[in-house]
Design a protein around this ligand. Sequence first.
Ligand code: BGP
Length: 475
Amino acid sequence: MGRFPEGFLWGGATAANQCEGAYDTDGRGLANVDLIPHGPERRAVMNGVRKMLECEEGYFYPGHEAIDFYHHYKEDIALFAEMGFKCFRLSIAWTRIYPNGFDEEPNEAGLKFYEDVFDECRRYGIEPLVTIVHFDAPVACTKKFGSWKSREMIDCYMKYCRTLFTRYKGKVKYWLTFNEINMILHMPFMAAGVLIEEGEDGELVKYQAAHHELVASAMATKLAHEIDPENKIGCMLAAGQYYPYSCNPDDVFEAMKKNRDNFFFIDVQSRGEYPEYAKKFFQRENYDIGITPEDEKVLKENTVDFISFSYYSSRVASAEPERYGETAGNIFASVKNPHLKASEWGWQIDPLGLRITMNALYDRYQKPLFIVENGLGAVDMPDENGYVDDQYRIEYLKAHISAMADAVDIDGVPLMGYTPWGCIDLVSASTGEMKKRYGFIYVDKDNEGKGTLKRSKKASFEWYRNVIASNGEQL
Ligand code: BGP
């Protein structure tokens, strides 16, 4: 008996807006994620401070072409199959299916594209894991009613979900309702198409939008189960436990609060109600986010089947953050941990933190977990033959898989699968760069958008093939 269960879903993860390209092909509508330029204004657009609702002259939008998975999916899935993938996490671009979000009829070309992708996966015995919304929202919805600020968005989302669950019944069984749902509090435009207007209380707007997403997620869970009782629905958290900087109770309390800011979403999606600390917070701030008795009912009765999350790093909280200096780490501000090394982008590397995070999530929710993102963003330098010997990536993944095995085997945390991020190089969400690479497969493309798009295997390709073939025994 190995450390991982039989049928463990080894694979890799991508998202439509970071790999597909073909942003205006075959009737696809414009989405918020198409409007996030590379360069100095990126952050301001992501958090909705700099409003950009059209493609503007003089800006480079790396997602427009990305790695053109749209036209390369057969080749790419064949490579995933060669590594032995059991599972492939991808997202559907909402605006390929409903270009404006509120259209009467879905776009057949978009539906057909994903059908072909799923059929291609199935040909190799690869189970698709589908993110329904990976940050994208139709721009037409932002213009018409402010995207997730409005309840109208729930109707658009439900129409979209009904179309997906019906059309792909029997082809897709694992669904995630929203990628990194907690990101909405940090990057409201990139994560949800929400702009904060002059005079609005930004915090209130974000919690309001989050509430609409939470209700939509529960309604989608209900619908997915009705349409096919085989469906399994997961929530998705940008995870990474906050550690207290010291044993000073003020630091410990700060870490507890920061963890709750993230758990808040999963508390609702997994336990079915707003936690007391959130209700008190809304009362104190005088925030009326419009929770109706029907909302409470739908949330209570339709909790998720499993909990998925991304993990890149742990985080640190201190009562005096200015004193210790901050580090980057996937949008989340964190005090720098003096015990850890960091990636070239300042994301601190903490394999044991993965085990800690898994235990924290399982202790809290007692539902199966699924690690749907993990990995090292690094600069790869191909040699004269175009080969990338990415031992640093292998080291990172080895250490994380080993910690994950301990969580499963020693701590008894049920884990459904592991799909490391960007199994094929793709555009970075936070920076828009191509040179921040995660893949087992190298794609010839640079930050300026130049390159042949040729795919080649890195050293980690063969290594991961062996990990999967041995069900995680040979690292
Ligand atoms: C997560 C997102 C992904 C992905 C990943 C890596 O937040 O769900 O879309 O991009 O982080 O981040 P980055 O691309 O910024 O390195």
